[in-house]
Design a protein around this ligand. Sequence first.
Ligand SMILES: Cc1ncc(COP(=O)(O)O)c(C=O)c1O
Length: 365
Amino acid sequence: MKPIQDYFVPWVKGIPMYVSEHIELAWRKPELHRMMSNENPHPPSKKVQEAIQKYSDFANRYPDQGMVVRSKIAEISGMSGPENVMIGNGSSEVFDNIFRSFLQVGEEVIQHTPCFGIYKLRCNILGGELVSVPMVYEDKQLKFDIDAILAAITNKTKIIVVANPNNPTGNFMNTEDFIKIAETGIPFIIDEAYIEYSGLEKSQVGLIKKYKNVLVTRTLSKAYGLAGMRFGYALGHEEVIGQISAALLPWNVGTIPMWAALAALEDAEGLTERIEFNNREVAYIEDALSDIPGFIIFHSVSNYILFDGTDTGKKGDDLVAFAQEKGIILRPQSHLYGRNGWFRLTLGTQDENRMAVAVIREFYA
Ligand SMILES: Cc1ncc(COP(=O)(O)O)c(C=O)c1O
């Protein structure tokens, strides 16, 4: 008899389950302040909570294909209709579905690093080859490197993914650079998880009209504050969305998340409040930490801020450990560009942000 290990496909064999240790810790110890996973610090609005309550009565029924919420998404995104929208169990599932639709074993995904980790995870599980193109670190900024992205393209490239704004760097790529990538014809995912903080007028969604290979992904986990509901979506040309949707698991989005998402999308006031709060607090934190000698702050248009404290002589990991002792979970970052001072902070409530500023100042004092 062959051992069970021999039956696994080689690209799945040996890969461990992804466990987010800091999220596990935060649920285990609710007294800690969660400033590490780019969640929204505010609970859902009353309108969203009412929708959750209302549809809990229908939890015995299978959901439909989400025509109502998909139509609403099309409307706010300037697309023709629900045929341009695919919904998923968080945008993480949306990436998975897109990757499964285009990528075969041994084919390549280009990502621009540092970036969100899901692209790597979904590429690996399909036996794809991940090509990481680093951003350029210069003048105390992390800059998108369009020439390097284009130079990394081979005849095996099946997906190019760029987050805009990027996580963790918090900045936007130039519009003309998106056109250069779109022009290659290669499936091009523009991840707009944090776009609402700057307004949808900053979206690259207009490219879809001209380029069928462009897909825009978004999520309700960030500005809308529904990370625990798991709801994300992709926008694209109807032919492309139709084909990718063939790879969806039936009933991938539950009834409650779907209607909670609709309520959130309709609650323009709730969204505005969350965005204004966030942007005010980002400005507060950036300003309150701006006078620490040698401390580099990456200006963010999102709900997190990246820092490089290498030139202070202190390590990012030590800051993260220090903050945790004081009750705050921050996000460590791997060493980048030969430097070890990195860490990322996610905006919290007003009190949490003041507490974080005090802790960070104390550490570098
Ligand atoms: C750039 C980016 N894209 C997508 C996501 C995934 O969000 P979700 O799967 O919750 O929709 C995140 C989450 O942190 C992110 O930072």
